[in-house]
Design a protein around this ligand. Structure first.
Ligand SMILES: Cc1cc2nc3c(=O)[nH]c(=O)nc-3n(C[C@H](O)[C@H](O)[C@H](O)COP(=O)(O)O)c2cc1C
Length: 443
């Protein structure tokens, strides 16, 4: 059961050498005692599943998160929700949006609102897309396929992870006719495999390749690690327990940490598809990507799962646009995408407005779609998109904008964006301040 949640069909056939094949299992695999055990937490979870709120009660992205938190198995919740170290970047990703204010214009005819636009030349009903996340099957048996159907039916683009729990072919087969899918690539140490992946993505009709570069080593995801550790220790295994485990670690071993700009150029030479770099965290690297001939970048810190205290992408976007403009390094076929911490229609509009007339900005949303899919499958994905779309329509009306292309940097006030106080809950939970100086009548 665990294996199937993590791996697409055909993985064994594709990657295990034939000499490891020992024969066909006769009958059923023996069950472990732990497969039957239902502890207190598990029975609470099962009760939550039975009493899950109807989809019609979902009002926003947070509602899906609340449902997911209670109905997901503990290890799946830990894997999806965790960030790295003190999770400062993870939380700042969202908080930073709250430091951008609107400059709403009034007395604009806002009878007709159109939220559609294009991203990398493909039409989309909204300026946001479902970004690449691994292991959707941990939350829902139809995994990335129900996300594909839900997004496709709502005219929303889906980016598919190298580490999907279903095969690229299965996810491409689930694509709604006319829908757009992009492929996210982790460059495999074996370049032959990496090249085959790109070719397969091309053949299966993916419309762009995103090379993720922010994970040469896995971030320190302590919640994920601890979960694995706790679940495994019904007996005391002393020091023999692999404390480094957890879904994240198990997945990442093949990613090549030697990837550099030469490899990016090599990937470009393999395909006619647009190639973009995902996980860019400085203006300098946006410039490098531009100079390398990429069709764009994703400003992202991997949802705060990699280097903690790397900058919130919305802050980096506000820094990047003026610099690229000044250097005259913006061209119509260079798009800047951004992900991390997006929960609301207002967040999406703020990012697009910062790009304004200078650069087209698309906004990726990760965890909220995993949560919606975990709770309600395809219908959950659709519902979340509809809620965000409704928010966009209302927000655009209130902002005095009728089309996405009309959003400009004059619609946002970014003056308060820099300067923050990031709470460190972990630090605070163990920190004991020094005692105050004592008076002589105190002991
Ligand atoms: C559970 C999970 C798995 C992820 N897997 C991948 C992945 O396989 N490849 C990748 O490029 N990014 C991956 N990401 C990062 C996302 O693409 C994206 O950068 C991040 O989720 C955006 O932040 P958000 O979740 O706050 O929207 C993952 C993120 C999460 C939460």
């Amino acid at each position: 059961m665990l294996y199937e949640n993590l791996h697409p069909k055909g993985t064994i056939e594709k990657f295990l050498p034939p000499d490891k094949f020992m024969g066909v299992l006769d009958g059923e695999a023996p069950k472990l005692a732990s497969d039957y055990a239902v502890d207190e937490d598990e029975s609470t979870r099962l009760e939550y599943i039975e009493n899950k709120p109807p989809l019609s009660n979902m009002q926003n992205a947070y509602d899906f998160e609340q449902v997911a938190k209670n109905i997901l198995p503990k290890d799946a919740w830990a894997y999806y929700s965790c960030g790295s170290d003190d999770e400062i970047s993870m939380r700042e990703n969202h908080y930073a949006y709250q430091r951008v204010y609107f400059r709403p214009r009034i007395c604009v005819d806002v009878k007709e609102i159109d939220t559609s636009t294009t991203l990398l030349g493909s039409e989309t009903s909204v300026p946001f897309y479902v970004t690449a996340t691994a292991l959707a099957k941990l939350g829902h048996p139809e995994g990335e396929c129900s996300i594909a159907r839900g997004a496709g039916k709502e005219g929303v683009i889906q980016m598919i992870s190298t580490l999907s729990s279903m095969s690229l072919k299965e996810i491409a087969d689930a694509r709604i006719p006319g829908a757009t899918q992009w492929f996210q690539l982790y460059i495999n140490e074996d370049r032959k495999i990496a090249k085959e992946m790109v070719k397969e993505a091309e053949n299966l009709g993916m419309k762009a390749i995103f090379i993720t570069v922010d994970a040469p080593s896995l971030g320190n995801r302590e919640k994920d690690k601890r979960m694995k550790f706790v679940n495994d220790t019904d007996v005391d295994l002393g020091d023999t327990v692999d404390r480094d485990s957890g879904a994240s670690k198990a997945l990442s071993s093949f990613i090549d940490c030697s990837v550099n700009w030469k490899d990016i150029k090599q990937v470009k030479s393999w395909t006619h598809l647009p190639v973009l770099i995902k996980g860019v965290q400085t203006v300098e690297d946006v410039i490098e990507a531009y100079d390398a001939g990429c069709q764009g970048v994703v400003l992202s810190n991997h949802g705060g799962r990699q280097l903690d205290t790397s900058p919130p992408p919305i802050e980096l976007l506000a820094e990047t646009v003026p610099v690229m403009k000044k250097l005259n390094k913006l061209r119509p076929d260079f798009e800047i995408l951004i992900d991390g911490g997006v929960k609301r229609g207002t967040d999406v509009l703020k990012a697009v407005a910062i790009g304004g007339k200078d650069v087209r900005v698309g906004v990726g949303i990760g965890r909220p779609f995993l949560y919606a899919n975990s709770g309600y499958g395809e219908e959950g994905v659709r519902k979340l998109i509809q809620l965000l779309k409704d928010e966009l329509v209302m927000d655009m009306r209130l902002l005095g904008v009728t089309k996405i292309e009309d959003l400009t940097s004059r619609h946002v006030d970014t003056r308060r964006l820099i300067g923050r106080e990031a709470i460190n809950y972990l630090y605070d939970s163990v920190y004991i301040p020094i005692d105050a100086v004592k008076f002589s009548n105190e002991n």
